[in-house]
Write a protein that binds this ligand. Structure first.
Ligand code: KG4
Ligand code: ZN
Length: 337
C-alpha cells in the first residue's frame, strides 16, 4: 500500500493542506489571505495570525474532501522553511502535535525543493521530468536555477543577487497602483498591451546570476518623469506598461535559461514557483524548447503557486526513503538544501 500523507504549507501568506497517496492527489485546499492587500505586501504578524485562524478548518476540509479518516494517515509532512518564521511556526506546531497524537512519523520539507518536486504529482497530461533536469524556480522570495540530479540531489547553480522575479512583479505592480500580489494581475493586463511600447532593462550580471532590483528603480523614475507631465499617464498606459514590464522580466529569465542549457548541456528544463504561472514565460519556454530541441516541464497552475500538495509529495518521497524527522524539529526561516 502506498503511503497516505498529509502535507501542511504555511511559509508565507497561504494556508494549505493536502492529502496524497503515493503520487496521487486526494485533496489540496488553499486559503489565501487578503488581509495584506491594503498594505501592499505581506505583514508577517498578520500572516501568522491568519494562519492560526485558518489552519484547523483548512486541514479539516482537506481530510473531509479526501474521504479518508485521520487514523488512516501514515505520516505528516510540513514546510520547515524557508519563509516567515511566525507563519512557519503555525504549520510546524500543528504538524508536530498531530504526529504525536496519531503516533505517526513527522517529515520536514524544504519549501523550494517542494516547488521543484511538484512535477512528480500525478496529473492527467502532465509530463514527469527526467533526471537530470534544470529547474528555474521563481517565486516571491526566490529566483534560482537548480540542477536536479535526483529527488534529493539538487544544487543551486544560479540565483538572484537582489530581488526575486516575483518580488519585481509585486513591487512594480504597487507602483502601478495594482493590488498585492500583482504578478497574476500584470500577466492578465499584459494580454491587451504592447510589450515593446516602453523600454526597460535588467542589469547585466555575470554567469547564471539574476538581478531584478534595477528594473523596479527604472520603472519608478520613468513613472515619476511621465506623471509630472501627465497625471493620468499610468491609467492611460496601464496595459502597455504591464506588457513591457512582463516582457523585460521574462526576457531576463529566458536569457539565463539559455545560458544554463549551454553551460550544463542539459536539455530537460522545468519551471516552478508562483512566477511559473506566468503565461508569457510558459509560452516563451515552449517556443525556446522547440527551437533548441529541449524538453520542457511546466507545472499545473494549481501546483505552481504555494500549495500543500507539493509538500505532501515530498513527504511521500521521504517516507519511501525513511527520511523521518525528530519531534524536536522546528521551523527554520533560512532553511537551506
Ligand atoms: O511560490 P509563490 O506562490 O510564493 C512564494 O513562495 O513566494 O510565489 C508568489 C509569487 C508572487 O510574487 C506573485 O506575484 C507571483 O508569484 N505570481 C506571478 C503570477 N502568479 C503568481 N507572477 C507573474 N505572473 C503570474 N501569472
Ligand atoms: Zn513558494
Amino acid at each position: 500500500m502506498k503511503p497516505l500523507v498529509l502535507g501542511i504549507e504555511s511559509s508565507c501568506d497561504d494556508t494549505s493542506a493536502s492529502i496524497l497517496q503515493g503520487r496521487k492527489i486526494f485533496s489540496n485546499i488553499i486559503s489565501n489571505q487578503n488581509v495584506h492587500i491594503k498594505y501592499g505586501g505581506v505583514v508577517p504578524e498578520l500572516a501568522s495570525r491568519a494562519h492560526q485562524k485558518n489552519i484547523v478548518p483548512v486541514i479539516d476540509l482537506a481530510i473531509k474532501k479526501s474521504g479518508i479518516l485521520l487514523n488512516d494517515l501514515d505520516a505528516i509532512a510540513f514546510t520547515k522553511g524557508p519563509g516567515l518564521l511566525g507563519s512557519l511556526l503555525i504549520g510546524t506546531s500543528f504538524a508536530k502535535s498531530l504526529s504525536l497524537a496519531l503516533d505517526i512519523p513527522l517529515i520536514e520539507v524544504h519549501h523550494m525543493q517542494a516547488h521543484i518536486l511538484c512535477h512528480f504529482i500525478e496529473h492527467p497530461n502532465h509530463k514527469i521530468p527526467k533526471f537530470p533536469f534544470i529547474c528555474l524556480t521563481v517565486s516571491g522570495g526566490h529566483t534560482q536555477l537548480v540542477l536536479v540530479k535526483d529527488y534529493f540531489e539538487m544544487k543551486i547553480i544560479g540565483e538572484t543577487l537582489d530581488d526575486a522575479a516575483g518580488e519585481a512583479f509585486d513591487k512594480i505592480g504597487k507602483l502601478l497602483g495594482l493590488n498585492y500580489p500583482a504578478g497574476a494581475i500584470i500577466d492578465y493586463l499584459s494580454k491587451n498591451g504592447n510589450p515593446f511600447k516602453f523600454k526597460f532593462s535588467t542589469p547585466r550580471v555575470i554567469d547564471l546570476s539574476f538581478s531584478f532590483s534595477g528594473i523596479k528603480t527604472s520603472v519608478l523614475y520613468f513613472l515619476q518623469k511621465e506623471l509630472n507631465k501627465n497625471s493620468s499617464f499610468v491609467k492611460e498606459n496601464l496595459y502597455d506598461l504591464c506588457a513591457s514590464v512582463q516582457y523585460t522580466i521574462v526576457k531576463a529569465l529566458m536569457e539565463k535559461i539559455h545560458k544554463c542549457v549551454e553551460k550544463t548541456g542539459i536539455k530537460n528544463i522545468a519551471i516552478a514557483g508562483g512566477v511559473s504561472s506566468n503565461s508569457y514565460l510558459r509560452k516563451e519556454l515552449i517556443s525556446y524548447s522547440k527551437k533548441n530541441y529541449c524538453e520542457c516541464f511546466i507545472p499545473e497552475l494549481e501546483f505552481a503557486t504555494d500549495n500543500a500538495a507539493m509538500v505532501a509529495l515530498v513527504g511521500v518521497l521521504k517516507y519511501e526513503q525513511k527520511q523521518f524527522s525528530s519531534i524536536k524539529s522546528t521551523s527554520d526561516s533560512k532553511f537551506t538544501f
